[in-house]
Each structure stands twice: as C-alpha cells, then as structure tokens.
Write a protein that binds this ligand. Structure first.
Ligand SMILES: NC(=O)C1=CN([C@@H]2O[C@H](COP(=O)(O)OP(=O)(O)OC[C@H]3O[C@@H](n4cnc5c(N)ncnc54)[C@H](OP(=O)(O)O)[C@@H]3O)[C@@H](O)[C@H]2O)C=CC1
Ligand SMILES: CC(=O)C(=O)O
Ligand SMILES: [Mg+2]
Length: 414
C-alpha cells in the first residue's frame, strides 16, 4: 500500500471512525439542566413553535444547520459507486462547513429507486435544516432534482457540483484571463464534460461575459454539436453549430480548457494546438484531466489549475459552499439566486489580488504568494473568505429581495 493511501485510510479510521461528531451546546449536568433541556422544559419551545413556525429559528439549531445530501451517483470523478461509498466525501463536506464557516452540518446518503423517490425523501426532511447542499448527484437527474426541490422547499437548496464549482471556476478564470491579458468576451473555451459541473460552469461563464458560440463542450462521444441526435435536453442547449468533432478539433486555437470530466483525458501533446497563453483548468477529482507537471513540460506560457490541494491554483468548490451558505443562512434567504452567485464570484476573485496574510502562507507551506500565474485564486484556509464572501452573498440576498431578515449586526462590526 502506498504511504499516502495508508495515511488517508488511517486518517479516516483512527482514533475513531469518520470525520465528524455531534456536540451538545447547552449545559446538561444537573437535575435543573435536564429539566430545562428535556421534560418538562422542552415543552415550552414546542408550544412556541406550534404557535409560530418562525420560532424554530429562535429555539432550535435549524438556522445554523446544513444537510449534505447525496445518492452517490457521481462521487468526485470516481463515478456512480452508490450512496454508501459517498459517505466519506459527504462527511468531508460537513467537516468543511464547520471548519470554514462555523455551520453545523450532517451528511445524509439516500438510497432510492426513482428520481421522484429521492426528491420526495429530501423534500420530506427539508424542514429540519436551514439549507440543503446537494452533492455528487450525476447529470441529467441532478437538474430535475435541484429544480423540483427548490420549488418544494422553503430553504435554500444548492447543488454544489453545479453552482459551487461554477462560482469558483468563474472567479479563477476571470483572474487567469486577466493575467494572460485576455478578454472573456473573445475567449474560445473548450469544456471537457457535459454533466452537472460542466453545464453550470459554462452557463455562469456566459453570465460573466463569455460568448455561447465560443464554447465547445465535449462528452464521452465528442463535441456536443447541433447535428447530434443523442443529446438530452440539457446538452441540446449547449450544442454548438460547428463542424468540430474531436477534442483536437475543438482545441485548435482555443484560449481555455475547463475539465470537469475524468482523469487523464487531455493528452499533453494536444496543448500545442491551443492559442498563445492558454488557461488549463483540470478540475476532475482526485485525478485531473492532465497532470500539471506534464502540462508545464509541454509549454511554458500556460496557467494551470486543478481541483486538488497539493498543487498551486486549487479551483475547487470548497472556496464557495461554506461561505455562500453562511451568507444565505445569516439573512435567512429563501433561495440562492444568480445575484448571490455573481456576488460570490467577485468577492472570491478580489481576495486573490490582495496581499496574503502570514497565517495563510504558513498553512499553505509556502514562503510567498502573489497574484500571478501561480496564484490566481485564494487558498481555502484564507480567513478573509468567510467575512468577505458571506457578506457579499448576504447583501446580494437582501438587495435582490430573497432575504427574510435584515443583515446581522455582526457583519458591520467585522
Ligand atoms: N474541482 C471541483 O470543484 C469540482 C470538480 N468536479 C469534477 O468534475 C467531474 C464531473 O463531475 P459531475 O459534473 O458532478 O459529474 P456528471 O456525472 O454529472 O458529469 C460527468 C460528465 O463528464 C463526461 N465525461 C466523463 N468521462 C469523460 C471522458 N473520458 N471524455 C469526455 N467526457 C467525459 C460525461 O460524459 P457523458 O455525458 O457522455 O456521460 C459527463 O458529461 C468529476 O471528475 C468531478 O470530480 C465536480 C465538481 C466540483
Ligand atoms: C469537489 C467536488 O465536489 C467534486 O469533485 O465532486
Ligand atoms: Mg462534488
């Protein structure tokens, strides 16, 4: 067994299995404590909530709690390995919610026969939580699941692989293009993958200025073009009216490659087909579409990012989901809308242009970080992400009319 594999398994197994636990937040030592926490005291908040459901936010943990829910149909880039196998990833997302945004989070892995059964299961338990983070659910089912749950639930429902990934990709790409001296409105973009992450990334890039006709998406059968007859309704919307058919056709003169597909699908030699100063985001986890060392060996003028923590430029939805939910829950937003997503893009990208605090350098184990080819996007452990992204998101929720309470005073004290 490799050292790293052994270390990863031991991390998950010891000293107790898993990565999260639940802690109590009130005293429960004396007879008085128990009388308050349980019977008879607990009857009082029960009566208050029965009289006014909004009191649930006053007397329970709902308002600070996010459920991470999966069916395991697209676990990272490992594929459809089932709901049980998804649990380490979902516990990991719960860990990140707590570590980076102080949000209590619990993972829920759902076994189901039909899409409707999954939707009903989640809708029926949604009221327990302040928000629902859907994770690692494959396309095309993920689109119907998210849309239907947004309709049926009174709390924000957010498919992280779609929108978290799209927000971070847009923030990183806008910065990378700026460094390369390119304009997103003119950029030719090749997207490997046409699933949950890919479609959401391209749609958000279009909202950030990219031209739909400059985007070439590929799935396992090649370029998504208008003459294909095997496209589902979501891929049809991404079809380009082009004669390009292969990855090599699409890469000819392209400025950007975004990979949200699977490991090692971008041959290093194909990079030579791209325009000067290209941007390569190989975001498949855990193994990127191309290894950074191979890409850098092929040409010296590119900017390279992956989804991983152990290379520079980590384009990963961890830079978004803890903070967007923090902002959304703090103003009790009913949904996470485009205004909130675009506010998150701008807040994340702005941080990368500012001097990096010493504690981030220490945590990242580097001596310096400066906005440029090797540092296009903040590190996940940057303490500025929480106040800045959450505040931008909360303000966008208030100004777009989806917040149910005003901005908390704490944001103005920070
Ligand atoms: N860095 C990050 O933050 C994130 C990275 N990702 C990564 O993106 C990838 C996809 O995730 P997600 O969108 O949720 O999964 P989906 O199952 O929804 O989509 C996968 C897509 O990739 C395509 N694909 C798979 N293998 C190939 C290949 N060899 N060549 C071309 N296309 C291929 C599939 O094609 P077809 O439609 O033909 O089946 C499908 O369109 C994963 O590797 C995941 O780790 C996802 C979210 C966040
Ligand atoms: C990072 C992530 O959510 C994924 O790879 O699926
Ligand atoms: Mg995921």
């Amino acid at each position: 067994m490799s050292d790293f594999r052994e270390q990863a398994l031991r991390y998950h197994a010891e000293p107790r299995p898993g990565k999260i636990s639940i802690e109590i937040s009130k005293a429960a030592e004396t007879v008085t404590d128990l009388a308050l926490a349980y019977s008879p005291g607990v009857a009082e908040p029960v009566r208050e909530i029965a009289a006014d459901p909004d009191n649930i936010y006053k007397y329970t943990a709902k308002g600070n709690m996010v459920a991470v829910i999966s069916n395991g149909t697209a676990i990272l880039g490992l594929g459809n390995l089932g709901h049980l196998a998804s649990k380490p990833v979902m516990e990991g997302k719960a860990l990140l919610f707590k570590r980076f945004a102080g949000l209590d989070s619990i993972d829920i892995e759902v076994s189901h026969r039909t899409t409707e059964e999954f939707i009903t299961t989640v809708a029926n338990i949604a009221d327990t939580f302040g928000g629902i983070n859907l994770e690692d659910i494959k396309a095309p089912e993920c689109f119907e699941i998210e849309q239907e749950l947004i309709k049926r639930c009174n709390i924000p429902v957010f498919h992280d692989d779609q929108h978290g990934t799209a927000i971070v990709t847009a923030a990183g790409l806008l910065n990378a293009l700026e460094i390369q001296g390119k304009d997103i409105r003119k950029a030719i973009i090749v997207c490997m993958g046409a699933g949950a992450a890919a479609i959401a990334c391209m749609e958000l890039l279009i909202k950030c200025g990219a031209m739909r006709e400059h985007i070439y998406m590929l799935d396992t059968k090649g370029v998504i073009h208008t003459r294909r007859e095997d496209l589902n309704q979501y891929k049809q919307l991404c079809a380009n009216n082009t004669d390009k058919r292969t990855l090599e056709d699409a890469l000819q003169g392209a400025d950007v490659f975004v990979g949200v597909s699977g490991p090692d699908v971008l041959p290093p030699a194909a990079l030579s087909l791209m325009a000067d100063k290209p941007v390569i985001f190989a975001c498949s986890n855990p193994d990127p579409e191309i290894k950074p060392e191979l890409a850098h060996a092929e040409r010296g003028d590119l900017i390279m990012a992956t989804g991983r923590s152990d290379y520079p430029n980590q384009v990963n939805n961890v830079l978004c989901f803890p903070f967007i939910f923090r902002g959304a829950l703090d103003v009790r937003a009913s949904v996470i809308n485009d205004e909130m997503k675009l506010a998150a893009v701008q807040a994340i990208r702005a941080i990368a242009k500012e001097p990096v605090p010493q504690e981030v350098l220490l945590a990242a184990k580097v001596s310096s970080l400066e906005f440029g080819k090797g540092y296009i996007i903040p590190k996940p452990m940057d303490p500025r992400l929480l106040p800045r992204v959450a505040r931008a998101v909360a303000e966008a929720a208030v100004s777009s009319g989806v917040a149910r309470i005003p901005m908390p005073a704490a944001y103005f004290d920070a």
